[in-house]
Design a protein around this ligand. Structure first.
Ligand code: FAD
Length: 388
């Protein structure tokens, strides 16, 4: 059995690894990543004046409550890819910090979040950088043609947004295509039966010296920013064996915008016009200074870079009771965070569920999940996802 997984984020990699455990080994993960796999779970390494610095520019930390994900977490810790983050982390509102009493079991990647997908990818055959632009099902042969990559028995869509909608448009699986329709907004419209994704700006900033703040991360309320994290402090507590951090005197922060700021200033994420980059970076730095009580006191900035995640975090998730989507007749499935919960755990659980569904189908159980586009609003998530 040959399986093509399109998307090498947490969901696709977990699905591939579980299929391997089930004895299905001819599995290829296709991913667009130029530097690494991981999708929205990755880090940027930047050379600033000859010093290498790491920025977690999407996932900041994650929690584990699902027993299946806890097993994956145990493996990641044993593999040296993940460690606990002790913080302090909390909430900032109009300059006042309150530590998060729930922040007892939070995890981060050692030397940055990219170590999580790297560790999972050890079990997978990964083809990257590879952009899969067409898939086509032959109903008589029961086979999928995957772009120029050959013929497969099963296809897994392990991503979301416009890419998934475009890829499935003429694939011969209309119900799967309907499920991939996406709406981009900062709020869910209960009358709209599509998955809704928000956008977020991320500003990476390296200050000349430490800000000496008594916390390492904070969710920010009532502001143009929603989250700040001191990467230097967070990652110092993990490991410096890669040689990235020692001797680095800079203090590197990740600042994430509010959903509204991104919605109101959306531009193509591949090319942020210079004037927009300057204006949004300025707004976010000013909001950072206000939130931290450092207005007029921020040290010299040695590096700053703005990134836009156009398809950042799902605001609603599938409400059919399934953790993945699987069409046994057409031998195609979907796994991703938007089917379970907008977070690392949600993506991993979805990948596991789809691997089980494919494994069971190969053994003769031809049942499909619901293919109805029914979504429920994520009540517990904040702008950067859920922490179940
Ligand atoms: C700014 C930000 C902060 C976040 N913070 C947190 C946090 O602190 N904690 C938390 O738990 N979660 C957080 N999240 C959410 C978390 O990132 C996601 O829930 C999770 O990473 C989703 O994984 P996934 O595998 O479903 O999708 P993705 O990570 O999006 O993976 C999909 C992959 O498929 C690839 N792909 C797409 N189309 C194609 C194609 N046609 N061919 C080949 N490859 C393709 C993409 O390039 C990508 O690599 C955050 C998200 C953002 C954007």
């Amino acid at each position: 059995m040959k399986i093509a997984i399109i998307g090498g984020g947490i969901a696709g990699l977990t699905c591939a690894a579980r299929l391997g455990q089930l004895g299905i080994s001819d599995v290829t993960v296709f991913d667009t990543g130029k530097h690494a796999v991981g999708g929205r779970c990755s880090s940027r390494i930047v050379n600033i004046n000859g010093q290498l610095s790491v920025f977690d520019h999407c996932v900041q930390y994650f929690t584990a409550s699902d027993p299946r994900f806890k097993k994956i977490l145990s493996y990641l810790i044993r593999d040296g890819a993940v460690t606990q983050w002790k913080g302090p982390v909390g909430h900032l509102q109009r300059g006042r910090f309150q530590a998060d009493s729930q922040f007892t079991q939070a995890y981060v990647g050692v030397n940055g979040m990219r170590s999580v997908p790297e560790s999972l990818a050890k079990f997978c055959k990964v083809q990257r950088p590879a952009w899969v632009s067409t898939i086509q099902f032959d109903y008589h042969l029961k086979k999928w043609t995957v772009d120029k990559w050959g013929v497969y028995d099963f296809v897994v869509i392990a991503h979301n947004g416009k890419c998934a909608a475009k890829l499935t448009e003429n694939a011969g699986a209309p119900e799967i295509h309907r499920l991939c329709h996406t709406r981009f907004a900062s709020r869910v419209n209960p009358k709209d039966s599509r998955m809704t994704l928000c956008s977020l700006f991320v500003l990476m900033v390296a200050f000349e010296r430490s800000l000496k703040l008594p916390y390492e991360g904070a969710h920010v309320a009532d502001s143009n920013i929603s989250w700040i994290a001191n990467n230097s402090a967070k990652l110092k507590g993990t490991s410096s064996s890669s040689g990235i951090l020692p001797g680095n005197k800079l203090e590197c922060w990740t600042i994430i915008s509010s959903k509204n700021l991104a919605e109101q200033n959306k531009v193509p994420q591949e090319h942020i016009p210079q004037n927009v980059e300057k204006r949004i970076s300025g707004i976010m730095l000013e909001s950072f200074a206000e939130a931290t009580g450092l207005k007029g006191k921020l040290p010299v900035v040695h590096f700053q870079k703005l990134q836009l995640w156009g398809a950042a975090v799902p605001l609603n998730t599938l409400a059919t009771g399934s953790e993945c989507v699987f069409d046994a007749q057409r031998q195609i499935g979907i796994c991703s965070d938007w089917l379970v919960s907008p977070c690392v755990q949600g993506a991993a659980v979805s990948g596991l569920a789809l691997a089980e569904a494919i494994g069971s189908c190969i053994k003769g159980n031809k049942s499909s999940t619901s293919l109805q586009p029914l979504f429920k609003e994520e009540s517990q998530s904040n702008p950067i996802g859920a922490f179940p």
